[in-house]
Design a protein around this ligand. Structure first.
Ligand SMILES: NC(=O)c1ccc[n+]([C@@H]2O[C@H](COP(=O)([O-])OP(=O)(O)OC[C@H]3O[C@@H](n4cnc5c(N)ncnc54)[C@H](OP(=O)(O)O)[C@@H]3O)[C@@H](O)[C@H]2O)c1
Length: 264
């Protein structure tokens, strides 16, 4: 792979650095992370031994791939800073929530922009990354797919679905973790120590996800296999539904979707 510059070494930027280095796709000298805070960059240098820079223009100088990992409100100033320094053969990959390919194209007067929506599972090579590109970037799209498939699963989607991908895939990490926390709390109430309850709940969650993923089955099919008629599982499941489990999850997902569509 040709060199990669990551603008923004926050939660997502660091997760991607960690995953890409473990995947072996990039060496430490091939990745440059830029940011504002010297303290953060020093910590990134110490943890990952990649190149760091406080200058975005310096960071992108020798990079073929430029990964934008800043907050939406920080993007305008970053684009303004790098727009004169970008070469036509460089490719931008934006993780920035809610900012379309067209909007970035306009500022940079380039059509070399691909949008990706990974999640923090990237640090453990378990990201779900949705990718959207316009027709001018079909060749580069293949390389971006290859890059992100080394740190998890990828799915190419139409750009209008990017907001939904953000809710389901990126915010989804938090949604699943909140359910996991609730399971742990239930375990503690039944008598397990917190760390024991966590071991059991985490491994069970991984087992459940792996069953559906590897068997390529619908969740309900795997649920049927552990649900004895008149048994304790169906008793618990039905009580959760009486209390609104599925309904509250769907409502939460839709509230998140409404919020993301209102952010500008
Ligand atoms: N976190 C996720 O799970 C996730 C998932 C998918 C997509 N995203 C999207 O990815 C983007 C980054 O998210 P995040 O969670 O990593 O945010 P974050 O933790 O706030 O990180 C943003 C980073 O950008 C840096 N930054 C700010 N202004 C900068 C500038 N002018 N030049 C260079 N770097 C600058 C900050 O560095 P300093 O500390 O040095 O200021 C900070 O480290 C967002 O648009 C978010 O919506 C996030």
């Amino acid at each position: 792979m040709e060199n990669l510059a990551i603008i923004g070494g926050g939660n997502l930027g660091r997760s991607i650095v960690s995953g890409l280095l473990t995947s072996g796709l990039f060496g430490t000298t091939q990745i440059t992370v830029s940011g504002k805070s010297k303290k953060n960059l020093t910590a990134i240098k110490q943890t990952f031994n990649v190149v760091v820079s406080q200058s975005n223009t310096e960071a992108i100088q020798n990079a073929k791939w430029i990964l934008l990992c800043v907050q939406p409100k920080q993007l305008a100033s970053v684009l303004d800073e790098i727009k004169e320094a970008i070469h036509p053969d460089q490719m931008l990959i934006s993780t920035v929530t809610g900012v379309g390919i067209q909007e970035i194209n306009k500022v940079l007067s380039t059509n070399k922009v691909i949008r990706v929506m990974p999640n923090t599972g990237a640090s453990k090579k378990m990201s779900m990354t949705c990718i959207a590109a316009n027709n001018e970037c079909t060749e580069e799209l293949k390389t971006v797919e290859k890059m992100f498939s080394t740190i998890g699963k990828t799915l190419v989607i139409e750009e209008p679905l990017m907001q939904a991908a953000t809710v389901l895939g990126a915010s989804g990490i938090a949604f699943f973790l909140r359910f996991l926390r609730a399971m742990i709390q239930g375990g503690i109430q039944m008598g397990f120590h917190p760390h024991e309850a966590q071991i059991i709940a985490v491994q069970t969650a991984m087992g459940a996800a792996t069953l559906v993923s590897e068997n390529d089955t619908h969740p309900e099919c795997e649920i049927d296999k552990v649900t004895t008629p008149q048994g304790c599982t169906i008793q618990g499941l039905n009580e959760m539904e009486h209390q609104g489990l599925s309904s509250s999850v769907i409502k939460g997902v839709m509230a998140s979707y409404e919020k993301i569509n209102s952010i500008k």
